[in-house]
Write a protein that binds this ligand. Structure first.
Ligand code: PBG
Length: 326
């Protein structure tokens, strides 16, 4: 056999790392943290083994634990003490996220990103102000333009509490522009926006709705989140967010949408984030519990694939467990 090309020559131990194209670093990861104003002790999240909701009093401690693993950034989600029709606890100066952010920034050096959305704060669980008759007419859901002002107020209240970056996830048209204007008007020109730019209406969010208590009371989110079959539309969505001043572009979910991550990477110069969502976490845990998968290996390979596809940063519930091994 006379083979000129033998790719296996570069797969031996000494050379393999030298020709490795993609690396995963602890600094690439963002760990979601759930702060719950309705509890005074840690509550394990059943559908997401290892994840907890912490009371306000433990928010800073929880983030310090994350930091010890080498992960430097967190994304804060809040479960408010009460909900109402418009989600007013989302922008309350003494709301759960605002309080948590104040304590986290006082007591740790973490880079603090906040999720800006209304679904955890509205009693109907939708990501904005409802259309009248939305409950009886499945073609109606949220009033886009009326929601913008509330999102901007929420983002500003997070920045006032000390958030380093805000991440709007409601898929409201114009949300990045409205938030940019709100932040700039309040003197927060330096607070960047990571937009959930291409966010799909996905079955993989199931466990999160459990974790953050944000399931819609009726209907679904398909009138504002994207159709999983659409790829070109993602480019239009992302382009709009870029025009409106988004600093970081997120694709969500990650694993089933790596083609979208890759296209956004090649079409735009901005940093790209991938959100490795709750369902992606839950399914690996479920398989590992049955002994069918090696959890750490499967998680590492998934995140590496996201980086290979073009993600610069990854929001992932695996952050804490994987970081020490990187
Ligand atoms: C809020 C929000 C959701 C997630 C992040 N922010 C839920 C949703 O849109 O239904 C999902 C995160 C996950 O599944 O890990 N809008």
């Amino acid at each position: 056999m006379d083979l000129t090309h033998r790719p296996r020559r570069l797969r031996r131990d000494g050379i393999r790392p030298l020709v490795s194209e993609t690396a995963l670093r602890a600094q690439d990861l963002v760990a979601p943290v759930f702060v719950d104003a309705t509890t005074d002790e840690r509550v394990p999240i059943g559908s997401m083994p290892g994840q907890v909701r912490v009371p306000l009093d433990e928010a800073a401690e929880r983030v310090a634990e994350v930091r010890q693993t080498g992960v430097e950034a967190v994304m804060v989600f809040g479960i408010p003490e009460s909900k109402d029709e418009r989600g007013s606890r989302a922008w309350a100066p003494d709301g759960v996220v605002q309080e948590a952010v104040r304590r986290i920034t006082e007591e740790t050096d973490a880079y603090v990103i906040t999720d800006v959305c209304l679904c955890e704060y509205t009693d109907h669980g939708h990501c904005g102000v409802l259309e009248p008759n939305a409950e009886s007419d499945p073609t109606l859901t949220v009033r886009n333009d009326e929601t913008l002002d509330l999102l901007a107020k929420t983002a500003v209240s997070h920045a006032e509490a000390g958030a380093d970056m805000v991440a709007p996830s409601s898929m409201t048209d114009g949300m990045v522009g409205a938030i940019r204007e709100g932040l700039d008007g309040a003197g927060f020109e330096d607070v960047p926006i990571m937009s959930y730019a291409a966010k799909y209406e996905s079955a993989f969010y199931g466990p999160f709705r459990d974790a953050a208590d944000g399931a819609p009371a009726f209907g679904d989110r398909r009138h504002y989140q994207m159709d999983p079959g659409n790829d070109r539309e993602a480019l239009r969505e992302v382009a709009l967010d870029v025009e409106q001043g988004a600093d970081v572009l997120m694709v969500k979910p990650a694993l089933a949408y790596l083609d979208v991550v890759s296209t956004v990477r090649s079409e735009f110069d901005h940093p790209v984030a991938a959100y490795n969502v709750s369902g992606e976490y839950a399914m690996l845990h479920a398989a590992a519990e049955k002994g069918w998968l090696d959890l750490d290996a499967a998680a590492h390979e998934s995140l590496l694939a996201m980086k290979r596809a073009g993600a610069d940063l990854i929001i992932t519930y695996f952050a804490e467990d994987l970081a020490p091994q990187l």
